[in-house]
Design a protein around this ligand. Structure first.
Ligand SMILES: *Cc1c(COP(=O)(O)O)cnc(C)c1O
Length: 230
C-alpha cells in the first residue's frame, strides 16, 4: 500500500462518513478505528503518515508486536478480538486504549481480579450479540442492560464506556439494520449509566451503522486497500 492509497482510502471513508452522519444529526461525530489484523506494521505506518491514529487488533500477541514495533508513535491501540482467560495478563500489560469485546459477567470478574492485582484499570465496551447468532460472542440483547449495570457496579477496575456489536452476517440490509437499531436502543438506555461509545460498523456496513447511530466504526479491508480508488 502506497501513501497515496492510504490518503485516498481515508478520503473516501471520511466522505462517506460525512454523508452518513448527517442522516443521524449534524452534531454526530464518528471515530474511525483501523483494524490492522491482516496487515503489516509497515502498512499501519503508511496509514499513520496519512493521518490515521487509532488502530485495532484481534489477537493479543499481534497487538503486543505492533505496539512494540511502533512504540515511538502516539498511536491509540484498541483490542477487538475474543477474550481468553490465559491471555488476560498479556492484554493488561499491553494497556490498550479500549477493549471492544468484553462479552460476559464471568469474564469481567476474572479480568477485574487480575486488574486489581496489577493495580491497573481498563476501558471496555460490552459486546452485544444483537443479531442473536450462535457463531458470535457477546451478550444477548435481552440481558445486556442488566449485565452492563452489574459489571459497572461490581467491578471497580473495569471502566465500561459503552457497547460494541457486529452487524448481522447476511446480505439482507433490513436484517443488518435491525441488528444495529437494537444495539443503538440498548446504548441509548445505557447513557444514564455513563455509556458514551457505540462501536458498530465494519467495511461492508459502516454507512448503515452510522445512520443507525454508531459513533465508532472498525474498518479493515477498505482502509488497507491497495488498488486505486476509482
Ligand atoms: C476484522 C474485524 C473488523 C474489520 O473488518 P473489515 O471487514 O475488514 O472492515 C471489525 N471488527 C472486528 C471485531 C473484527 O474482528
Amino acid at each position: 500500500m502506497t501513501l497515496r492509497n492510504a490518503v485516498e482510502n481515508l478520503d473516501l471513508i471520511n466522505k462517506n462518513i460525512e454523508f452518513s452522519r448527517l442522516q443521524n444529526n449534524a452534531h454526530h461525530i464518528v471515530k474511525v478505528v483501523g483494524i490492522s489484523k491482516y496487515h503489516t506494521t509497515n502498512e499501519v505506518m503508511t496509514l499513520y503518515k496519512a493521518g490515521q491514529r487509532a488502530f485495532g487488533e484481534n489477537k493479543v500477541q499481534d497487538l503486543k508486536q505492533k505496539m512494540d514495533e511502533l512504540n515511538e508513535f502516539p498511536i491509540e491501540w484498541h483490542f477487538v478480538g475474543n477474550l481468553q482467560k490465559n491471555k488476560i495478563n498479556a492484554l493488561i500489560d499491553c494497556d490498550p486504549f479500549l477493549v471492544h469485546s468484553l462479552d460476559g459477567y464471568e469474564f469481567a470478574s476474572e479480568l477485574d481480579k487480575r486488574l486489581k492485582i496489577k493495580n491497573k484499570t481498563m476501558n471496555c465496551l460490552l459486546q452485544i450479540n444483537s443479531a442473536n447468532e450462535d457463531t458470535k460472542s457477546g451478550i444477548d440483547a435481552e440481558n445486556a442492560i442488566k449485565i452492563y449495570k452489574k459489571i459497572t457496579n461490581d467491578f471497580s477496575n473495569i471502566n465500561l464506556k459503552g457497547v460494541m456489536s457486529i452487524g448481522a452476517h447476511t446480505d439482507d440490509t433490513k436484517t443488518i439494520k435491525e441488528s444495529f437499531e437494537k444495539t443503538k436502543q440498548i446504548f441509548d438506555k445505557l447513557q444514564v449509566f455513563g455509556a458514551k461509545i457505540c462501536s458498530m460498523g465494519m467495511s461492508s456496513d459502516y454507512n448503515l451503522a452510522i445512520a443507525c447511530g454508531s459513533n465508532m466504526i472498525r474498518v479493515g479491508n477498505i482502509l488497507f486497500k491497495d488498488e486505486e480508488v476509482i
